[in-house]
Design a protein around this ligand. Structure first.
Ligand code: ARG
Length: 391
């Protein structure tokens, strides 16, 4: 008992410090004429009373934008101001949360003219686990273990696909691009899965501007990347379910999702179709296959009218972001290994800039995989939420 109250006392003061730091920044950048002291006094009293505080929707909205601005791995931060924030903190059932996720998909997809969007669900009560969406992204393709030990679909989703089949999900006819249902878990409840309606998901068939054989590979990818398993932290408040999206940079699909050996592993397939000499590393067959694959991704998204950015433009836009930040007298931090696109790195300016990777808050943090709080892989990767109670 004593231990518990000491811990609670500690987190109260920590909550107050974080609240104050954020409120100062919010007021300075957004509402310089508002009375900071009055708001702080109110928040502190609320924390004393309840252990936490309820952010105003303006505080929440600006905090979500700052979390994007502070995301050192993101090359798309020029857009940080243009984030649509859906405040869904009032929802309390898994069904309602699922409906809000579907609404997010529709509004953000916007028939291809993608809108950067975040939907924020109720914050975590300190000391208790929060609402969780188990899927790493709202739209992901299943990865099925096959009897011959190969994987059909996306190998990165094998674990989640396994969990779903434990929960009773199954597909009669399996393909390489089956969209996984959403798993939502409310506090103190078992996780439940919900099938996403297909008309809420836009997909792009992949074609090449010159090689007609490309279509016979039957490749496609979804238009919207919505990260759904990270924790948004604003002023000490943790939003454990706050799915957010921007739009794709072509290489995320063409180089990583399709090209990685541990994902769809398509470089050998493309190289063979291109009749490249795969016996010699010097032929640079992988590099040539990568280029054609990425040309196909950009071409297909553009022809389908779906927002996408190529890596050269993205790098240029990041330089504009840096200039803007410097004008505002702020330093830009970055995670170089993530910022530099996964192909033709040195052909872009971002490659030639050094970055210090300082993690400011508000920010998005990894949180332990919901199916296992001791999941070492997730816990050790990059910056973990410093406020996480491990729930
Ligand atoms: N790389 C991830 C994917 O391929 C998406 C990460 C977020 N990307 C973005 N452009 N907002 O699905």
């Amino acid at each position: 008992m004593l231990q518990l109250s000491t811990r609670v006392g500690y987190s109260y003061s920590r909550m107050k410090t974080h609240a104050e730091t954020y409120l100062r920044q919010y007021t300075q950048e957004c509402a310089p004429f508002k009375s900071l002291h009055q708001r702080l006094a109110h928040i502190q009293a609320e924390i004393d009373h309840t252990g936490t505080y309820w952010q105003s929707s303006d505080e929440l909205t600006y905090g979500a934008k700052l979390a994007w601005r502070n995301s050192t791995r993101c090359i798309g931060r020029l857009q940080w101001h243009n984030l649509e924030v859906h405040d869904m903190r009032h929802l309390s059932s898994a069904e309602d949360i699922f409906e809000a996720c579907v609404e997010h998909l529709r509004l953000a997809t916007n028939k291809g003219r993608i809108r950067s969007t975040i939907t924020v669900f109720a914050p975590q009560v300190p000391g208790q686990p929060g609402i969780r969406i188990w899927n790493p992204q709202m739209i992901r393709y299943a990865g099925y273990r096959q009897p011959d030990r190969t994987i059909l679909g996306d190998p990165a989703q094998v674990q989640l696909t396994d969990y779903l089949s434990h929960l009773g999900w199954q597909r009669k006819e399996k393909t390489a691009f089956d969209i996984l249902p959403l798993i939502i878990q409310m506090l103190g409840q078992a996780p439940r899965f919900f099938e996403l309606p297909s008309d809420a998901i836009l997909e792009v068939p992949i074609r090449h501007p010159e090689y007609t054989w490309f279509e016979t590979l039957d490749l496609k990818w979804h238009a919207l990347p919505v990260i759904s398993n990270m924790c948004l932290e604003i002023g000490g408040v943790l939003y454990s379910a706050a799915p957010f999206n921007g739009w794709y940079m072509g290489t995320e699909i063409g180089a990583r999702n399709f090209g990685d050996q541990t994902r769809y592993n398509l470089l050998p397939v493309i190289a063979e179709k291109l009749n490249l000499n795969m016996k010699s590393k010097d032929s640079l067959w992988k590099d040539r296959a990568l280029v054609e694959l990425n040309i196909a991704v950009l071409y297909s998204f553009h022809s389908a009218g779906v927002t996408i950015v190529d890596h050269h433009t993205a790098s240029r836009q990041f330089m504009v972001f840096e200039e803007q930040e410097h004008k505002a007298q702020r330093r830009v931090f970055g995670d170089w290994g993530w910022l530099v696109p996964p192909m033709s790195g040195s052909a872009m300016e971002v490659f030639h800039h050094p970055y210090k990777n300082r993690i400011l808050t508000p920010n998005f943090f990894y949180q332990p995989a919901p199916w296992s709080v001791t999941d070492t892989q997730e816990v050790s990767s990059s910056h973990q939420c410093p406020f996480s109670t491990g729930g």
